[in-house]
Ligand binder design. Structure first.
Ligand SMILES: C[S@@+](CC[C@H](N)C(=O)[O-])C[C@H]1O[C@@H](n2cnc3c(N)ncnc32)[C@H](O)[C@@H]1O
Length: 216
């Protein structure tokens, strides 16, 4: 991949993170991604295409496959993370499209009904990266499609995995999307979620849903 040094460093960082510990020991680990799954069930067209950006080694694709979703793409900067999921899934891994890449530079392969991001957008601290992400999300989502974006809440941690994050309220996230793509992403709902880490600490998240509402 030919990317700037910053993103090359990020890629190395995340490969090291996933190489250093079992996935079950990472602070963001979830045995069953219940909130994500519930929202995807609510907003996806049955069996419609879903992309999980920055999906890492999450068990979301396992849950989606079990739920009958057959058009799933998982994108992540870290090949090591995706390899963990591929090994875990075994032969079922061939039913998922795996993309190693930077979400801010991705060229979507098709229009998706659901864009899912749990704890990825908040790592983008530069306005340019945030704008690029928003542009990719717009191109990836079919008209009427939904984006589910979970970030640390305003009272969530200031750093994750040794990296700084930007914390959002649902209103601040909606305002950021509106600034990056005016009139495109209409807020649909938002909830607060307190995640319990494997070490027994808590992290406050906001989970927002947006609908791509502009004309195609
Ligand atoms: C905190 S983890 C969350 C992983 C997963 N969403 C979950 O809930 O288990 C953040 C993930 O974002 C990925 N990531 C960070 N920056 C990225 C970028 N610019 N493009 C794609 N993935 C990225 C990391 O490799 C890591 O897997």
């Amino acid at each position: 991949m030919n990317r700037g040094t910053g993103m090359d460093q990020q890629e190395r960082h995340w490969d090291e993170v996933y190489g250093a510990r079992a996935p079950e020991a990472l602070t963001w680990f979830e045995e069953v991604p219940e909130i994500s799954l519930g929202l995807i069930r609510r907003y996806a067209v049955p069996a419609g295409p879903v992309v999980d950006v920055g999906g890492g080694a999450s068990r979301l694709p396992d849950a989606l496959l079990a739920d009958g979703f057959g058009d799933i793409c998982v994108l992540d900067l870290s090949a090591a993370a995706l390899d963990i999921s591929k090994s875990r899934l075994g032969p079922a891994a061939s039913r998922v499209r795996w993309v190693v890449g930077d979400v801010t530079r991705w060229t979507p392969d098709k229009p998706y009904g659901v864009w899912h991001d749990r704890a990825v957008f908040h790592f983008l601290t530069s306005p340019a990266d945030q704008d690029n992400y928003i542009g990719v999300m717009r191109r990836a989502l079919a008209p009427g499609g939904h984006a589910i974006i979970a970030t640390f809440a305003e009272d969530g941690p200031e750093r994750c995995s040794n990296l700084p994050v930007v914390r959002y309220s649902p209103e601040a996230l909606a305002a950021r999307l509106e600034a990056g793509a005016p009139g495109v992403f209409a807020p649909v709902e938002a909830q607060r979620h307190v995640h319990a880490t494997p070490m027994g600490r808590t992290q406050a998240f906001q989970v927002s849903v947006f609908r791509r509402s502009d004309a195609p």
